[in-house]
Write a protein that binds this ligand. Sequence first.
Ligand SMILES: Nc1ncnc2c1ncn2[C@@H]1O[C@H](COP(=O)(O)OP(=O)(O)OP(=O)(O)O)[C@@H](O)[C@H]1O
Ligand SMILES: [Mg+2]
Length: 341
Amino acid sequence: MSAKHLLALAAQDAFRPTSRFDVLAGDHVPFDELTGRDRYERLLINRVTGPEGVSLIFGATGSGKTSLISWACHHLPESHVALRVPVAALEDPGDVKVLAGTMIVAAVRATADLTDEQRTDLSATAADRVSTRPAGALVSGARLGGAMIPAALTLDLGALHQEYEREDLPVDRLHGLDRLVSVFVAREKHLVLVLEDTDAMAGGPGEQAERFLAAVLVLARELDAPMIVAVQEHHRGAMYDRLRQEGREIAIPLLSEAGHALRRIVSHRLHRAELDGVAVEEVIDDQAVTALVSVYDESGGNLRQILAVLQFALDHAVDEQAELLTFPHIRHGIQVARPTG
Ligand SMILES: Nc1ncnc2c1ncn2[C@@H]1O[C@H](COP(=O)(O)OP(=O)(O)OP(=O)(O)O)[C@@H](O)[C@H]1O
Ligand SMILES: [Mg+2]
């Protein structure tokens, strides 16, 4: 037991909850592991690599929807490429054409931030395309989540984007979306569309969520590509029920063995902070874990809330030069993290 473990954790903000899609995967402890059942991450990966359709990830605020999706996207086979489509920034996420256009732009953006070296690779591959070498060289770093994107694919996407910008895509943007999917298929990659930042609609009127889910339904029927959509509990309405009939739902579990699960999550954060040899009991005591379990249950399974409490407790413990996180630290964390208003 040593104050230096807590110091090291505090220095890295080891418990601070994040909303960054790419970071979440590394912080995630699979729900399959926490529950001992193959009904979460494995199931999602099996579904999106199977026939097309929409997978709904349903759960309370802060319960781990985005975290689960991020982990699954990082564990897709090479044949599949996940494309995260930002929804929160859209003025009208209920407009199918706006959503479709956003998917095209997202695909191009995801491949746009290449280094000069990668660009050179890319133009070399472009030359290859008119010579005899088969296309398919990989541009390292051009990654959407899941597999690497072949350079040639990036070029096809660029052409699609130019048409899109000039607004001369035949028919409309939905048609452009078909092309987007086929561009991937032609390169033997399968596109998986991810709409996870859908919590932005939480503050909006109920009809907004209904309209958005209706647009998802249209896209799910039109597209030959699997989709993953995160849905918060309070968006359950008539349209959600229709979607659920067509697609498949994975509901984030309320962990019954929460004490065990929270210890497992803390243990993973120790590993992330490169404190591999340190046992959970050397960092947090039983009473403190019990207090966290109460917060978890009372909040309806809000892991974001748990992590916020832990981070405040940790900072407080370090101020006190404590060697271990104990109940008074957690109590302090609960008071500070309590949502105001
Ligand atoms: N299984 C898990 N293992 C480790 N950390 C987790 C797990 N699930 C969630 N978390 C952590 O909890 C926090 C909230 O998770 P996440 O952002 O996925 O919630 P959410 O359900 O998407 O919330 P919202 O409804 O607000 O979008 C994140 O900091 C994440 O790292
Ligand atoms: Mg989320």
